[in-house]
Ligand binder design. Structure first.
Ligand code: HEC
Length: 118
């Protein structure tokens, strides 16, 4: 019985431990359907995010943004990204990205990862 319990515990351990970069793992899980973040990565339905941290919004090469981002006058710093990921349509009702991540820890993981990708 004790041995069986041990096996069950091991099976329940999250496999995120297999990826040594939890920020990358969180990015792939939360954003990977619409974004890449490596240098030269493709634009999917959302733009490639390499170098987005510290860059002016709406300026990824070759991506057709909504007017909201095409005419944006802000730079993607930690605060701006955190608000965007908490609720991308809050204050930007016409943004083409509809996304909400209520978990501040998950937002921070993704933002740390993006800050490294430049
Ligand atoms: C369902 C698809 C989708 C998902 C999921 C998604 N995005 Fe987006 N994202 C978009 C689209 C589309 C745009 C362009 C929005 C516009 O033009 O209004 C965008 C734009 C952005 C921008 C602005 C880029 C720039 O150059 O100004 C950032 C930053 C961003 N997304 C980050 C993220 C992150 C980080 C995640 C995951 C936590 C995420 N997105 C999840 C579709 C998505």
């Amino acid at each position: 019985m004790a041995a069986l319990f041990g096996v069950l515990l091991m099976a329940a351990t999250p496999c995120a431990a297999a990826d040594d970069d939890p920020g990358r793992a969180q990015f792939v899980r939360s954003c990977g359907a619409c974004h890449t973040a490596e240098r030269g990565g493709a634009n999917f339905s959302g733009p490639n995010l390499f170098g987005v941290y510290g860059r002016r919004a709406g300026t990824a090469e070759g991506f057709g943004y909504s007017n909201t981002l095409a005419k944006a006058d802000w730079t993607w710093n930690e605060r701006a990204l955190d608000r965007w990921l908490a609720d991308s349509r809050k204050g930007h009702p016409m943004a083409e990205m509809a996304y909400r991540q209520p978990d501040a820890v998950k937002r921070a993981l993704v933002i740390q990862y993006l800050a490294k990708m430049k």
